[in-house]
Write a protein that binds this ligand. Structure first.
Ligand code: NAG
Ligand code: NAG
Ligand code: NAG
Ligand code: NAG
Length: 640
């Protein structure tokens, strides 16, 4: 028998190798990630944020995981289906996600006590170490009506929310034992354990956070758990979750491709149930479309003067930075609340997910108004890319309905050219570092736009992409086969005259791979040979220069502040399950003493004692998946 016939019968990864170099590279990277000895997954099959434990970025420990990692895992398995015709792994990745990072019914009690005419009391948020937004003001400021609640309850016969909480402590290193369906079972639980970190506004870096359980029954922390540390209004045992909408959208986007590839393979039936779950995620993801307190979108200045919205006048329809929900643990005097997000970053937008929810069979959400909402969202997202595109081609920050998180009055130059009455900001969500400084947001988001163009052929989108691709072609250079591309960006001006300046160049593997992927989808539709060549050169460079035994990586020197002091009000004292004390002398590492037992701790200690800044070669789940997906996409699109 010749190889083709064997392949037709077996449909295994063995065969792909014979057809396509780049599909084969996808599989090699895929197999490394799935080799249990390489450490990408927990014993329960949960993808860790990174193989390495000592890593602090937006999450504060490598063996935590995020909704981001889960969404990448689903995408990885979707493409595995596209390349091998085996879609069982895609279903499995969704099940793992659903089981371990979407709160179950028992983990979100009293959602039926939610008053959708009063989603949450307005409280001024903003700068660290000021109050957490949930501390209400007196007299109360107007808030709007949540227009989704009733139809979601009617559609799904539950008041629960189906969305990923952004962060879990996979190995229960903090010891809260806040496992699905339970509240603080303690250190003997094997994990995962739901936690939160950020609580104090845009200047709070991971190094300044005080991790807390999502379910706080006052067993750990201070006399009233952790809530009073952040001046949260909750003075009764309570729970709360935070959603990172880009991750939920990425899972939906991954499901879209699974749908396309399974259809091509005649296997759509095998994934129908998962697709319907993706559509359900899309139904609830609409919670990020609104102003934080469901106030009016546009010219919303002064918490007392800007009115609460009714119907959709509180909707900006963009993928906001966040949404959250919470409530009391006890039924008696019980309550429940929801907040959305009046701040949208271009980097979170996902026109591919919106397109899927509108058009893809088995993916249109069940709630009656959902498709209409996603249609508006798609249009609004595409408009946002145009509004934010700099003269150079890169996309500047985002837009904001809630200036300084206190509905303040923005400067005149910002008010001169609004986006549906919302204001431009190049650092819409955090200042430290500013949230559009990181280059990776560019290819992450543009890749989705390029996929949308690949699927629809939308000429208006092509024009936007032409400019972005022109910028990348100009800003990427090679010496030999090693590349340099932007890593840190700075911004000047306001739309329509924003300028982007590259401050530093670098060679991060994930952003390079995501760039190659964006270029590949763009080139496959437009026929642009230069874009295709650059994609191939980047991929070949990653393959030749950055492979190691367990993945693809590059050495980096992170900016680490293990001695960073953590703000705790004078006199407040609390304790972690392992005995670490939280008081006004706290530092990042004093409330994370487990780090002192980490295999890499020696490097940090040497640095703290005046030694050189340590270097690491990390294997982040998203970085590794971005690389795999870029190879797979190139192989699938060009069959090379
Ligand atoms: C719900 O909120 C509205 C608006 O604030 C209020 O008028 C109403 O009394 C609340 N309903 C309940 C049951 O608390
Ligand atoms: C709705 O949910 C309730 C409570 O879980 C259940 O008793 C009831 O049978 C459900 N109704 C339908 C139509 O599924
Ligand atoms: C905080 O707790 C640590 C550990 O118990 C202790 O050494 C330190 O003196 C305390 N600081 C304050 C301000 O109480
Ligand atoms: C930081 O921590 C190290 C090791 O624990 C200690 O020796 C050093 O004095 C600390 N430095 C500062 C500035 O607190």
């Amino acid at each position: 028998m010749n190889l083709k016939i064997i392949c037709a019968i077996l449909a295994t990864s063995l065969c792909v190798s014979a057809e396509s170099v780049y599909k084969q590279r996808f599989l090699e990277q895929y197999n490394k990630m799935h080799d249990p000895s390489n450490g990408y997954f927990s014993p329960k099959g949960i993808p860790y944020h990174a193989v390495e434990t000592l890593i602090v970025e937006s999450s504060d420990y490598g063996h935590e995981t995020t909704s981001e990692a889960h969404s990448y895992y689903i995408w990885l398995e979707s493409m595995y289906g596209g390349i091998t015709n085996d879609f069982s792994k895609f279903n499995e990745a969704w099940e793992i996600m659903e089981k371990y990072i979407i709160p179950v019914h028992e983990s979100q009690p009293n959602t039926d006590l939610y008053n959708h005419s009063h989603p949450a009391g307005y409280g001024p948020g903003g700068d660290y170490p000021s109050d957490y937004p949930m501390a209400p003001v007196n007299p109360p400021a107007p808030v709007g009506i949540d227009p989704l609640y009733e139809e979601l309850v009617e559609t799904y016969n539950t008041s629960d929310i189906y969305a990923m909480h952004w962060l879990t402590d996979v190995d229960n290193i903090y010891g809260f034992g806040n496992s699905p369906g339970n509240c603080q079972l303690g250190p003997s639980e094997p994990g995962p354990s739901f936690i939160n970190t950020y609580q104090r506004g845009p200047r709070e870096t991971a190094f300044k956070t005080i991790p807390q359980p999502t379910c706080d029954n006052f067993k750990y922390g201070g006399k009233m758990g952790f809530g009073d540390l952040f001046s949260i209004g909750d003075h009764a045992p309570n729970w709360k979750y935070s959603v990172a909408p880009d991750a939920d959208a990425r899972a939906i986007q991954a499901a879209f491709w699974a749908s396309r590839w399974a259809t091509a393979a005649g296997k759509l039936d095998q994934i129908k149930d998962t697709l319907s779950k993706a559509s359900k995620l899309g139904d609830y993801l609409r919670y990020c479309f609104f102003d934080k307190y469901f106030k009016r979108i546009g010219n919303c200045i002064d918490p007392y003067k800007c009115p609460g919205g009714t119907g959709r006048d509180s909707a900006h329809y963009l993928l906001g930075w966040f949404f959250g929900w919470g409530g009391s643990i006890a039924k008696e005097y019980g309550y429940s609340w929801r907040i959305s997000e009046g701040v949208a970053h271009f980097g979170y937008q996902n026109p591919m997910a919106a397109y899927a929810l509108i058009n893809e069979p088995h993916m249109t959400p069940k709630a009656p108004s959902a498709v209409g909402d996603w249609e508006k969202s798609l249009e609004r997202q595409l408009e946002l890319y145009e509004y934010l595109q700099s003269k150079e081609g890169a996309f500047a920050g985002g837009v904001n309905n809630n200036w300084n998180d206190r509905y303040e009055d923005p400067p005149e130059e910002i008010k001169a050219n609004t986006f549906h009455g919302m204001w431009y900001s190049w650092e819409p969500v955090s200042y430290d570092p500013p949230s559009n400084q990181w280059f990776g947001m560019q290819p992450w988001s543009t890749d989705r736009l390029a996929q949308y163009y690949y699927v629809t052929g939308d000429e208006k989108v092509k024009k936007v992409l032409d400019k972005w691709v022109g910028w990348i072609l100009k800003e990427t250079t090679f010496s030999g086969n090693s590349f340099q591309m932007p890593s840190t960006l700075d911004w000047e001006g306001v739309p329509p005259n924003v300028h982007c300046k590259v401050v530093y160049y670098g060679n991060g593997v994930g952003p390079a791979a995501a760039t190659a992927r964006a270029l590949s989808y763009y080139a496959a539709k437009s026929g642009n040979q230069e874009a295709k060549n650059l994609a191939k050169k980047l991929l070949d460079s990653l393959w030749e220069n950055n492979r190691d035994e367990i993945g693809v990586t590059v050495e980096e020197q992170p900016d680490y502040h293990f001695n960073q002091s953590v703000y705790v009000p004078e006199g407040w004292t609390g304790v972690y399950p392992n005995g670490d004390v939280i008081n006004s002398s706290a530092t990042f590492v004093s409330i994370r003493s487990f780090y002192k037992k980490d295999p890499q701790w020696g490097k940090i200690e040497e640095y703290l004692n005046g030694g050189p800044a340590p270097k690491f070669s990390y294997h982040r789940f998203w970085d590794q998946t971005d690389v795999a997906l870029a190879f797979g996409a190139y192989g699938l699109l060009f069959n090379e």
